[in-house]
Ligand binder design. Structure first.
Ligand code: PLP
Length: 405
């Protein structure tokens, strides 16, 4: 009989978001009259704008014609899209060949670890997006879960909390080999400043760390003095891979499209090119993103597409402002929201799962418990700005009513 992969067996508990769904469904089953408002999972809700939709439709129609039909494309993605990303997002700091198109950042997060094998120390911001650690566990980067610390062994958890302005105290951490860093961070909404990123890049250079910089929410940064890419720091090309996504940028969570930047300058300790191996791994595990989705990606990067998505982003940011105000008016400590689509609220001395259940049962509002993102998320709740305005207003009303009594 085939044996279970022992690394998969090490995963502790269920993946966070199905767990939240399980609680919500159980609650609705027991209380069929309840109308839940879902501000837990960060999924976009607004329809795609017309310029982008028309391009998707056009690309699909082309496939139904003799002259427009195409089969497999290049595994690395269409050159036109790689070039458009190099120009629009990175202002030609990279060659199109340094950019690899994927079906979204999630797949890249896990696939990237294949490059480095299993004898690797992973580092993450604590709290952070759970997929970094979970894919690492599946790859075999840990001996198991330690219940007393609520941490996996052999993983560097770098605490990010209000006292260090949500940036890890690098002088105190055990340097990892591969460091997943997300800015704007999911769940805290914190955005690293230029000086923090400079410190991060110097730390990586000193300890020969590779940073995987996740920019899934970069388009939500409103403050022009904040960096949107690790490559805004010149030397980052020597130490960082960057992941980008069209999901939250343009409502492509269901269409599926993203990219990775793996600079030519990146090397393994033996001097071999990381880019060359990524080309090999990426094209072995992935047969190229959907040609329809890639046509949509090109439309997003054009002027009209950019104008359309700014409206979408504004809509979600206004939702976030409403959520922030609700909690601020009630005297809560509120973080995030201003340059990110997540609001991070502290409920002092309360376990985050207890707060999650309290808000679910008393306000019928689904949030995400902070501890699901790491032990430093205890006492916090993440509230997503993605949602229909009328639902956000209703949730704000219910939360205000519940928490002001
Ligand atoms: N990275 C972060 C930090 C996320 O929060 C998410 C999705 O919520 C992803 C990546 C996944 O992005 P994609 O839809 O491109 O797979």
């Amino acid at each position: 009989m085939v044996k279970r992969n022992p690394h998969v067996a090490k995963l502790h508990g269920n993946y966070l978001f199905p767990e939240i769904q399980r609680h919500s469904k159980a609650f609705v089953k027991a209380n069929p009259q309840a109308s839940l408002i879902h501000l837990g999972i960060g999924d976009t809700t607004e329809p795609l704008p017309s310029f982008i939709t028309n391009r998707l439709v056009h690309a699909a129609k082309q496939l139904g014609t003799e002259e427009g039909y195409t089969g497999y494309g290049p595994e690395e993605g269409h050159y036109s899209l790689r070039k458009a990303i190099a120009e629009t997002v990175y202002h030609n700091k990279f060659q199109p060949e340094e950019i690899f198109i994927s079906d979204g950042t999630n797949s890249d997060i896990g696939r990237l670890q294949i490059l480095f094998g299993t004898d690797l120390r992973l580092g993450v911001q604590d709290p952070s997006y759970p997929v970094y650690i979970d894919t690492g566990i599946i790859m075999g980067q840990s001996h198991g879960f330690d219940s007393s610390s609520q941490k996996y062994k052999n993983i560097s958890y770098m605490s990010c909390n209000p006292s260090n302005h949500f940036f890890p105290t690098l002088s105190e951490v055990n340097p990892p080999d591969l460091f997943y860093f997300c800015s704007p961070n999911n769940p805290t909404g914190a955005v690293a400043t230029f000086s923090q990123l400079r410190e991060l890049v110097q730390f990586a250079k000193k300890h020969r760390i590779i940073i995987v910089f996740d920019t899934a929410y970069a388009s939500y940064i409103q403050d022009p003095t904040l960096p949107r890419s690790i490559y805004d720091i010149e030397e980052a090309k020597e130490v960082a891979i960057e992941l980008g996504s069209f999901s939250k940028m343009a409502g492509f969570t269901g269409v599926r499209l993203g990219w990775s930047v793996v600079p030519f300058a990146l090397q393994f300790d033996d001097g071999h090119s990381i880019h060359r191996d990524w080309n090999r791994v990426h094209s072995t595990f992935f047969n190229g993103a959907s040609n329809i989705a890639q046509a949509g990606g090109l439309a997003i990067l054009e002027k009209e597409g950019q104008q359309e998505i700014q409206k979408l982003i504004r809509y979600y940011m206004d939702n976030g402002a409403l959520i922030q105000k609700t909690f601020e008016d009630l005297g809560y400590e509120v973080y995030g929201g201003k340059n990110a689509p997540y609001v991070w609220v502290r409920f002092p001395k309360k376990k985050s799962w207890e707060t999650f259940l309290f808000l679910l049962e008393k306000a019928h509002v689904v949030t995400t418990p902070g501890s699901g993102f790491g032990p430093s998320g205890e006492e916090f709740i993440r509230i997503s700005s993605f949602g229909k305005r009328k639902n956000i207003e209703e949730a704000a009303h219910r939360l205000h009513h519940l928490l002001s009594h």
